[in-house]
Structures are given as C-alpha cells and as structure tokens.
Design a protein around this ligand. Structure first.
Ligand code: ADP
Length: 163
C-alpha cells in the first residue's frame, strides 16, 4: 500500500490545500493529512480546531486520514510506514524552503522521498495568511476557503480584531 503524508500548518485549510489533497489522494492508496506544530507561526486556530475543520472538509475522500504530530515529519512518516511526503509548490518563493526541508527530511529518514505537486493555476497565490488577511478586511472568502469553514474564519478574525 502506497501511503503518503501531507504535512502542514493548515491554519486554516484553504481551497489550495484541498486541491492538493484531492490530486494526491488519486495518486496514493492512502493520504494522511498531518497537522504539524510550526513554532514560528502564532496560530489562529488550535490544533484541535484545525483537526476538526480538516476532517469536515475531507470527509468525502475515502482514502484520506487526518492526524496530528508534534515532532519531525520524517519520523512520523517512518512510524506510519509512509515512503512519501507530499508538499505543494506555489510561486518561486516556496522553492528554496521546500528543497531545504526535503533534504533535511531525507537526512533524518533516508527511506522517505518528498514529492512536489505544482499548485493549480487558480490557487497559485493562495495561502492561509492571505485568507486571514482577506477575512480581516471583510472580503468574500468563497473562492479561497472551504465553504463549511467561512463563518468560523470570519468569526475568529472578527473576534481577534476587537480591542
Ligand atoms: P507550512 O507551515 O508547513 O508551510 P502550510 O499549511 O502553509 O504549512 O502549507 C502546507 C503545504 O501546502 C506546503 O507545502 C505549501 O506549499 C502547500 N500549499 C499551501 N497553499 C497551497 C496552494 N494554494 N496550492 C498548493 N499548495 C499549497
């Protein structure tokens, strides 16, 4: 069974992430979307909230699981019997950071390969940060965030803005 891990912050999950999940789930037998702790980012949603949000929007994919890992993704992959880490490449700016991470992960676990999927044209410039920024300005999130999560994102951003 070919298992792949798709790690990320998913704070919150966007239509760009979802597009990647849909495409990767067609290539691998099982895809595990894994919420990772990124200490450099102050999250808008807790890990538990993000897990629930992702579970809700990936429920329609039979071979997609959702998990959380508070450690190294290369070690997580080993523990799950996964040989592949899936990452998305958007504009050129993702490239250097992603290559560096792929090399580090390979050093930690030589069995693991990082597969990059090019972002779809439609989502090339979409990020969780952009969604949060748009929400802060009251923009319509329909084309950017999963429909089921829009109200929660708007509410959280609105709440954060209050003095
Ligand atoms: P991280 O903090 O690990 O970068 P993110 O949730 O920001 O977590 O992103 C997880 C992965 O999804 C990264 O590989 C990122 O490049 C990819 N990604 C994010 N947004 C998109 C998008 N719009 N299209 C394709 N890939 C994306």
């Amino acid at each position: 069974m070919k298992i792949a891990i798709y790690p990320g912050s998913f704070d919150p999950i966007t239509l760009g992430h979802l597009n990647l999940i849909k495409r990767a789930s067609r290539v691998f037998d099982k895809l595990i979307v894994c919420v990772m702790v990124n200490s450099a980012k102050k999250p808008l949603f807790t890990v538990e909230e993000r897990l629930a949000q992702i579970r809700e929007v990936v429920a329609r994919f039979d071979n997609v699981e959702v998990d959380f890992w508070d450690g190294l993704v290369a070690e997580y992959a080993g523990a799950k019997g996964a040989r592949v880490i899936v990452r998305g490449l958007r504009a050129l700016s993702d490239y250097e950071k992603e290559c560096q991470m792929a090399i580090i992960n390979k050093k930690i676990n030589p069995e693991v390969e990082t597969f990059f999927l090019a972002a779809s044209e439609k989502y090339m410039y979409l990020s969780s940060s952009a969604v949060k920024e748009m929400a802060a300005f009251g923009a319509d999130l329909t084309d950017f965030a999963p429909r089921e999560l829009i109200a929660a994102i708007e509410e959280r951003i609105g709440g954060n803005k209050k003095p």
